[in-house]
Ligand binder design. Structure first.
Ligand SMILES: Nc1ncnc2c1ncn2[C@@H]1O[C@H](COP(=O)(O)OP(=O)(O)OP(=O)(O)O)[C@@H](O)[C@H]1O
Ligand SMILES: [Mg+2]
Length: 405
């Protein structure tokens, strides 16, 4: 089985999925914009072949390059798990006459307005919404939807350019901040908690699902840089508290006609218990969320996804044993990391529950927290009891501190 896999070296999870494909028995042909020598080791050693393209910006050039390649090597399947390349992957499938998501099936996962129109038709609760291209259209949409509202790019990621708008004065500020966004989605602001619903599916059947809690909501994490944001993969996603979101997740997959692969959905839980859809992507979540799902169940979903994509099943049953939290640290101050405080004590007191400690080293230039959720470091902890897991994660949030200067 020759699988053309787009961008094996990036994002950071991609080499691990390359490994999963190889372990599941595929001959993986990587197509990427990096030079072969720049690929992460894990990607390189799991590729049977690597083809470098001139850049992902020119899709027509890539289609031509892959057409040439297909004359020399038979390609059986095209896989892609990186959001910006999803439509390109679908175009390649269509060109090569291969099974898998088509362009028409992919677009509703990329365009947040089309997505909500599909879900509206299926009677699924989404925030009231409208597409807007001009200032006048944004104003008209808010007039109809009311305050507070959300203005965000149609094809956004990482909460970039996403703004809450509280009132007319606030709207002026947000319009100034989003002038460079050509297509915006305007939404009713949903007050509540935010969760994920993530799945691995094959042939329309859900083989695995997971719910994570975001602490706090992503938009708040982005605004309050002193917070150490957490994502908590829950050991028990079947509790009544989450039932509405789980049902919403299954209904959304059906409405979107999703068949095979990873999905990542976000949803809101209002105080009255109502579950409201946020967004869905036809790819895994980023920011080490697949790793926390793995640690929660002592499994390997990088391989599991590959098995589902190639054979329509997982290679092993998944049993959730732990709640597992990632904690992202943002240094105080700018410049280089000067010192790290609190780690020794936390490790001596919580060590057995810590799965990963991955912090920037002293002397390293700190990262821009607006560009990356991973920020200046990450800790993964797990515990069978949710309260204890959160308590330990919160200790890493507050007692571990990185200082830059
Ligand atoms: N209608 C809404 N009501 C309340 N909060 C919202 C709404 N839309 C977006 N948000 C907030 O903004 C965040 C980012 O929005 P969204 O997930 O749609 O964009 P994104 O840029 O694709 O995000 P990411 O790539 O980080 O998942 C959400 O996680 C949520 O906290
Ligand atoms: Mg989101």
């Amino acid at each position: 089985m020759n699988v053309l896999y787009l961008s094996p070296g990036y994002p950071p999870e991609s080499p691990k999925f390359t490994r999963g494909l190889a372990e599941a028995g595929a001959r993986v042909i990587g197509l990427g914009d990096q030079s072969e020598s720049a690929l992460p080791e894990v990607a390189r050693k799991n590729l049977a072949m690597y083809v470098q393209c001139g850049g992902f910006g020119n899709e027509d050039a890539i289609l031509a390059q892959v057409r040439d390649l297909a004359n020399k090597v038979r390609i059986h399947q095209v896989e892609c798990l990186w959001e910006p390349l999803m439509v390109l992957a679908a175009r390649l499938r269509e060109m090569l006459g291969l099974a898998g998501m088509t362009v028409d099936e992919t677009v509703p996962f990329r365009d947040k307005e089309t997505m909500k129109q599909v879900l509206d038709r299926a009677g699924i609760r989404v925030p009231h919404h409208a597409r807007a291209h001009t200032v006048a259209e944004v104003e008209a949409a808010i007039e109809r939807i009311g305050y507070p509202a959300i203005v965000k790019p149609i094809a956004g990621a990482g909460s970039a350019d996403t703004h809450r708008v509280n009132d007319a004065a606030d709207l002026k500020r947000v319009l100034d901040l989003t002038r460079h966004v050509p297509h915006a989605s305007v939404e009713e602001f949903i007050e509540g908690e935010e969760f994920t619903f993530d799945t691995v599916c094959a042939n329309g059947e859900v083989l695995f699902y997971n719910i994570c809690a975001y602490r706090p909501r992503p938009l708040i994490s982005r605004q309050l840089l002193w917070v150490s944001p957490q994502t908590v993969a829950l050991k028990d996603p079947d509790v009544p508290y989450l039932e509405g979101g789980k049902q919403l997740g299954f209904a959304v997959l059906k409405a979107m006609n999703f068949r095979t692969g990873f999905t990542h959905m976000e949803w809101h839980r209002k105080a009255d218990g109502e579950a409201v859809f946020g967004e869905i992507a036809a790819r895994p979540p980023g920011a080490y969320t697949v790793d926390i799902m793995n640690f929660a169940s002592d499994t390997d979903l990088f391989r599991g996804w590959a098995e589902a994509a190639l054979r329509g099943r997982l290679h092993e049953p998944v049993t959730r044993r732990y709640n597992c939290a990632s904690v992202f640290k943002r240094a105080q101050g700018q410049g280089r990391i000067q010192r790290i405080e609190g780690l020794g004590r936390l490790m001596s007191e919580c060590g057995p529950h810590v799965c990963v400690v991955d912090l920037l080293a002293v002397g390293a230039q700190r990262r821009d927290p607006m560009q990356t959720l991973i920020s200046d470091g990450m800790i993964i902890v797990r515990h069978a009891e949710l309260d204890r897991c959160i308590e330990i994660a919160d200790r890493f949030g507050t007692e571990l501190n990185l200082y830059a200067g």
